[in-house]
Ligand binder design. Structure first.
Ligand code: ZN
Length: 281
């Protein structure tokens, strides 16, 4: 086909890196600080009903602090990152009647919005439990994407953002091999490395160096990688999907304010907000 283009991320990058961490335990403090240190952005999935609760628990013989962060620190702690919903009380939504599942989502969304002054548009399924009925409920509650716990081992964007499968969990034994594959990938993108987990797992297993090595490795390639929150990626993809094209494919028109980037024959092009671009023959 003539004028075959591929999507690029902001600044003409082919790759994006994003994080998704659940439950809002106090270990998010160290995780957020680590992400900040390396200039990376993440999404933190919180249960409003559990903020300030929890304590020491022994799991597999190891005593770990499962305390949740305090409501008062949420705004400051997650500054520069995204706060998303993980249901009000961490209930498994597939086990609830529809109205109660909707309440779990809306009550969490409403309270987190009141607390932060931000719109809460993302979600992570508690226990990874979802089905098409739950997806419909999330959609009705104004949730635009939801993360599962099913690792893909690849870097593709989801077909259905309400079942957004991550690349892998941080304890996946393929972690560094996947990181290397991602950074060395030279084909047209877009590629997304989507890492998920719980910050208490680092405390429980005393393996913070795992995350630090990953961040250090990825940081070397930051010139090629867009570090973004989950919702920033979704917003960009949505804007890209609205790109208009002439019948012959030569003219591109961007009806949104966000600048959009495309690649054609190894060259990069930017279509500024509310502007047209004619591709060279
Ligand atoms: Zn959880």
């Amino acid at each position: 086909m003539d004028y075959e283009i591929s999507m690029l991320f902001p600044e003409g990058k082919r790759k994006a890196l994003t994080f998704s961490y659940d439950d809002g335990t106090i270990h998010d403090r160290r995780l957020a600080a680590l992400l900040n240190e390396y200039g990376m952005k993440g999404t933190f999935n919180l249960n409003y009903g559990l903020l300030g609760k929890g304590g020491m628990e022994t799991v597999n013989g190891i005593e770990t602090d499962f305390s949740r962060v305090e409501a008062e620190e949420v705004r400051c702690l997650y500054q520069g990152h995204e706060i998303a919903s993980h249901a009000y009380s961490h209930a498994s939504l597939t086990g609830l009647p529809k109205n109660m599942a909707a309440t779990e989502v809306l009550k969490d969304r409403y309270n987190l919005e009141q607390l932060t002054g931000e719109l809460i548009r993302g979600f992570a399924y508690p226990y990874g439990a979802y089905n098409s009925q739950i997806e419909e409920i999330l959609d009705a509650c104004g949730i635009e994407y939801a993360r599962t716990v099913e690792s893909t081992g690849d870097f593709s964007l989801p077909e259905d953002f309400l079942a957004w499968h991550p690349t892998c969990h941080h304890e996946d034994e393929r972690l560094m091999a996947l990181a290397e594959k991602f950074c060395r990938e030279e084909k047209d993108g877009p590629f997304v490395f989507y890492l998920w987990g719980h910050s208490y797992e680092f405390a429980q297993k005393n393996n913070w160096e795992l995350m630090e090595s990953f961040l250090k490795y990825m940081a070397q390639y930051k010139e090629d990688i867009w570090c973004a929150t989950n919702i920033e990626i979704l917003d960009y993809v949505k804007a890209y999907r609205e790109l208009k094209r002439s019948t012959d494919g030569k003219i591109l028109m961007n009806p949104n304010a966000t600048p959009l980037y495309v690649a054609m024959n190894g060259r990069k092009y930017c279509i500024h907000g509310n502007e047209k671009l004619e591709l060279p023959s």
